[in-house]
Design a binder for this molecule. Structure first.
Ligand code: M6R
Length: 613
């Protein structure tokens, strides 16, 4: 995690860096810091807490004008969040300062070695070891800083995106990456470096995505990129398509609320140019060259983490129902370490909003090394996962900034639904008429999500009633089982209420013991093939005095006589229900968290991009 920003050019660096850090705060908000080269030398300023704390702290300094600087917002890995562990870190001579996003796995060995040489460490971080290690090479080899970085990277094990500023070269920034993202914005006589494009977008739309094992040197207004083997590469300039308004709150109190409400549009954007129900057309550009492999796969393995894993579970139902190919859904963190049986006949789908999740990336590399075909479903364009996969489809949900994933989830399901329908049709497991019927219904989803969003006021009333509960259960079956898991995850991550999602029928095997008059149970009980069974499960909870909040299909006349609250959502095909049934659950968790005074967009202990294992 952690967000990094750097600037060198003709403008004042500090305001650009601070603004950039605020945009990257979703990546971590334990502490923030900047290093600036001013007339007084290379100054490092850092503070525990959010970027605003750092800003307050900087007011004490009269003159921080500088045209070059680096900044960091931290999600703590090594060492508690405090001023000392905050980045940037100085080298021993204080000639260099460095920001780092990632984890250095062999820092302990390097540190011991440096301690033996007499180095002193002020922080508990791996990053301080990293810059001191670079300086040690610089001193002993009498080489340039750039060469010292290159030599150091051959010895460093782990993930990093780093930027170093050198007191003696006021027009130079040196950056490198492996495993953590780094984007370079190329402006007119100026350069911006950041963990993603959001700090860059208002200055330039020309960017270079640094690749793993590459070192970028910006010196004297020139960008040079070399591999760590010292081979020069040609920087490829990409045009950013991101709009500034997409990364602003646009009048909403929180990004999460904005993102929940954007879903009719983000789902439509995801389908735009791909789905044309009238003419029976469904085109996923990324699949074109891999359709054969996909169609003939012996098995589909879906790998992801968190909410993306829940989208993967929905996809399991979709692929098996429509395309009749066996599917396994794997937590990337488990898959990568359990010596899985994978081979060239497997088609792997990796799902990730950020495209930077370390476990998912590692799972991809593992499956790739075993000859499998990897297809990415990512939201962030140009992200590491998008580039590590053989092919893929972007979700086009637009930037998701709230730590709790909402619109990315529905966009992921939209892409996966289109993939399943296409696959089923191509394999002949879906008849033409059924295929056409499903395409037409899929096109109506954005407007049905719009209708579901109108339930907001009712959901606020339910939130008020249960906001002080200590536990919640979420139950659903079939396509609504992953939705139950997702509803529970949303609630726990932003409101800190313990919540569990379960398949409704499993309740009798254990969790029913938890039911008493204090326990709110959210049932997703839409009119589908397991409706009658779920109604029986509702009765079982009712009999034990549990409180029932039920998400039902509009017009349902049965559950309303049993539930304490019902939330009626528009009817749709059973397979498309998760796209609608998750909406009230997102709203419920949002309102409960706001009412409990929680920081909805930046919940404690979390970060948006999980770039550590
Ligand atoms: O960026 P990714 O989709 O790979 O992230 C995976 C999870 O870290 C993410 O979905 C996480 O669970 C969300 N905070 C849930 O809201």
């Amino acid at each position: 995690m952690c967000g990094i920003v750097a600037y060198v050019g003709q403008q004042e660096a500090l305001p650009i860096i601070i603004k950039g850090l605020k945009r990257l705060e979703y990546r971590g908000y334990d502490s923030a810091g900047v290093a600036l080269l001013t007339k007084d030398g290379l100054g490092v300023y850092k503070k525990k807490g959010k970027v605003s704390e750092l800003e307050n702290h900087l007011v004490e300094f009269a003159d921080l004008s500088s045209k070059i600087g680096i900044g960091h917002t931290r999600w703590a890995t090594h060492g508690e969040p405090n001023d000392v562990n905050a980045h940037p870190h100085y080298s021993a001579s204080e000639k260099f300062a460095m920001i780092h996003n990632g984890i250095i796995e062999n820092y302990d060995v390097l540190k011991k070695d440096l301690l033996n040489k007499g180095y002193v460490f002020h922080s508990e971080t791996d990053s301080e070891v990293f810059i001191k290690f670079i300086e040690d090479i610089f001193v002993n080899n009498h080489c340039s800083l750039e060469e010292a970085v290159r030599l150091a990277l051959h010895k460093i094990v782990g993930a990093y995106a780093i930027v170093i500023v050198n007191k003696e070269e006021p027009d130079t920034l040196i950056a490198a990456r492996k495993g953590s993202p780094l984007v370079i914005g190329v402006g007119q006589d100026e350069y911006f470096l950041a963990s993603d494009a959001t700090p860059i977008i208002e200055y330039t739309n020309q960017v270079v995505y640094l690749d793993d094992y590459e070192i970028a040197v910006i010196r004297d207004n020139q960008l040079q990129i070399k591999t760590i083997e010292n081979v020069e590469t040609n920087p490829y300039i990409n045009q950013l398509e991101l709009e500034l308004e997409a990364i602003e709150k646009g009048g909403y109190d929180h990004f999460m609320l904005k993102e929940i409400n954007e879903q009719p549009r983000s789902i439509a954007d995801c389908m735009r140019g791909r789905l044309d129900a009238k003419n029976g057309r469904l085109v996923l550009g990324g699949l074109r060259d891999y359709m054969n492999k996909f169609q003939n796969a012996k098995r589909i393995i879906i790998t992801a983490c968190g909410t993306s894993w829940h989208a993967g579970l929905v996809a399991e139902y979709l692929f098996e129902e429509f395309a009749r190919i066996p599917v396994e859904v794997e937590y990337a963190s488990e898959f990568r370490y359990r010596n899985p049986v994978v081979g060239p006949e497997d088609f792997i789908i990796a799902i990730s909003q950020s495209g930077e999740t370390a476990d998912t990336l590692a799972a991809i590399e593992l499956a790739k090394s075993k000859g499998a075909t990897i297809f990415g479903v990512c939201n962030v364009v140009g992200s590491s996962i998008a580039r590590a996969t053989h092919a893929g489809s972007y979700t086009h949900a637009g930037p998701e900034i709230g730590v709790a994933s909402t619109k990315a989830f529905t966009a992921q399901i939209s892409v996966l639904t289109m993939m399943a329908l296409k696959l089923g049709y191509q394999r002949g497991t879906l008849s033409e008429s059924r295929y056409m019927q499903l395409l037409s219904e899929l096109e109506t989803i954005p407007s049905k999500v719009e209708r579901a969003l109108k339930l907001n006021d009712k959901i606020q009333v339910i939130a008020e009633k249960y906001k002080d509960s200590r536990n919640f259960l979420y139950l659903g079956r079939g396509y609504n089982f992953p939705v139950a898991l997702e509803g529970a995850l949303k609630l726990k991550e932003i409101s800190y209420i313990h919540a569990e999602g379960y398949p409704a029928a499993e309740m009798k095997h254990g969790p029913i013991a938890l039911i008493d008059e204090e326990m709110p149970v959210v049932f997703i009980a839409t009119k589908d093939s397991s409706y009658e069974k779920v109604v029986s499960n509702i009765q079982e909870v009712k009999a034990r005095k549990g409180k029932i909040i039920a998400v039902v299909t509009e017009g349902d006349d049965t559950v309303k006589h049993m539930a304490d609250y019902i939330i009626e959502i528009p009817d749709t095909e059973e397979a498309f229900v998760p796209l609608i049934s998750v909406i009230p659950l997102q709203q419920l968790s949002y309102h409960i968290a706001v009412m409990r005074g929680c920081n909805v967009d930046q919940p404690r202990n979390l970060a948006k991009s999980v770039t550590v294992e």
